[in-house]
Design a protein around this ligand. Structure first.
Ligand SMILES: *Cc1c(COP(=O)(O)O)cnc(C)c1O
Length: 419
């Protein structure tokens, strides 16, 4: 692994203890099947930008309007990143400074409403995110949070029910987007509901930004007042966040990011985001987004064919949720069994789950990382067989060993891009 070896070499000489830990994590990533849908594998170009001397620079403000001297090069880096984001998503304005998806959301609320105002988001246990109004998050502490959920029959959003809730609670901000919803969103319907309720529409596309970038999911940009995203999930960039909006909201958004929520921008991260956005101008990336979705559909079919029930009966995007209730298993049991076999998944609540959040009844899996490693439909059939075997034989050590060997073989055939 030349890319990894070079980096580890520098670290090894300066700090062998830390180098050893990074080596361990590299081997874990190489040798396990990553099915957590929010994770991905950043390219060597992204790592090079991230690991650069841009981390040395203070540049509070925006390009051309900084509170510090010496910004002539970083101004160009940030502008390049903004231009690429605007072009890729057809957005009038991009703020590329948010350190994460959560800080992007914090700034978005600050730009759209005031403390104490009502926000209406998707219920966390139905797929929503902590920053959509959970009482343990700033979003539920600073704002009055109300929720909508999926329909009990279809386990999908019923937009008539969302409208009913919106007209009941009259939120200042209607929030759409999720961390564990396997279906596409209807943005024209959400726009219309927001209009009827007198709310602003905030779409959080943290999970599916890469699918939008590659044309594998409808874009919220023409419909939302503000769109937030993360850059490290399906978008395949460095850890970070981003905000897109029309020109009319640019000032409010920029002010909310700095000085509202953050101090100086992380220019090394912004350079990493620019490198990731550049990759999306290549046809391979549109193809990547299509393959992520095709792989998820194939994996879902494979799991259902082996007797597993998926929430809402399948997936339209990059992720799916297995309902373990019919098998009387818990998410934790299955997650731990998968870990022992070298397959990384995460336990997750499913709609109308009565089990505790700490040991919920679902398993969430997705295809972004394995697709980045070049796996296709044949590998999805194999992964479906492996996951189903583990679930049907929870705690059976012989089964875990058999699955581990096959999972390892898939990983060896599809190395990380750090060679
Ligand atoms: C991942 C995610 C975020 C934010 O993530 P960070 O961990 O703060 O980067 C926000 N919203 C949704 C829907 C997410 O899935």
């Amino acid at each position: 692994m030349a890319v990894a070896a070079e980096r580890l070499g520098v670290l090894e000489a300066a700090d062998p203890e830390l180098a050893g830990l990074l080596q361990g994590e590299l081997e874990r990533q190489q040798n396990t099947l990553e099915l957590i849908p929010s994770e991905n594998i950043a390219s060597p170009a992204v790592l090079a930008a991230l690991g650069s001397w841009l981390t040395n620079k203070y540049a509070e403000g925006t390009p051309g309007r900084r509170y510090y001297g010496g910004c002539e090069w970083v101004d160009q880096v940030e502008r390049l990143c903004q231009d690429r984001a605007q072009a890729l998503f057809s957005a009038e304005h991009a703020n590329v400074q948010p350190h994460s998806g959560s800080s992007a959301n914090m700034a978005a609320y600050m730009a759209l409403c005031s403390a104490g105002d009502t926000i209406l988001g998707m219920d966390l246990s139905h797929g929503g995110h902590l920053t959509h109004g959970s009482p343990v998050s700033f979003s539920g502490i600073l704002y009055h949070a109300e929720f909508y959920g999926v329909s009990p029959e279809t386990e999908r959003l019923d937009y008539d029910l969302v409208r009913q809730r919106a007209l009941e609670v009259r939120p200042k901000v209607l929030v759409a987007g999720a961390s564990a919803y396997p279906r596409t969103f209807d943005f024209p319907a959400l726009r219309e509901i927001a209009r009827e309720a007198g709310a602003a529409l905030l779409v959080d596309m943290a999970h599916f930004a890469g699918l939008v970038a590659g044309g594998a999911h409808p874009s919220p940009v023409p419909y939302a007042d503000i769109v937030t995203l993360t850059t490290h999930k399906t978008l395949r960039g460095p850890w970070g966040g981003m905000i897109l909006c029309p020109e009319s909201r640019a000032k409010d958004v920029d002010k909310a990011v700095f000085p509202g929520v953050q101090g100086g921008p992380m220019l090394h991260a912004i350079a990493g985001k620019a490198a990731a956005l550049h990759a999306w101008t290549q046809p391979e990336m549109a193809d990547y987004a299509q393959r992520v979705v095709a792989n998820a559909a194939r994996l879902a079919e494979g799991l259902m064919a082996r007797g597993l029930r998926l929430v809402s009966g399948g997936t339209d995007n990059h992720l799916m949720l297995i309902d373990l209730r019919p098998l009387a298993l818990t998410g934790r049991q299955v997650q731990e069994g998968c870990d022992r076999a070298g397959i990384t998944v995460n336990r997750n609540s499913i709609p109308f789950d009565t089990a505790s959040k700490f040991n919920p009844s679902g398993i969430r899996l997705g295809t972004p990382a394995v697709t980045t490693r070049g796996m296709g439909e044949a590998e999805m059939d194999e992964i479906a067989a492996l996951v189903a075997e583990l679930i049907h034989n929870v705690g059976d050590e012989a089964a875990e060993r058999r699955v581990a060997l096959r999972a390892r073989a898939l990983c060896e055939a599809h190395p990380l891009p750090y060679g």
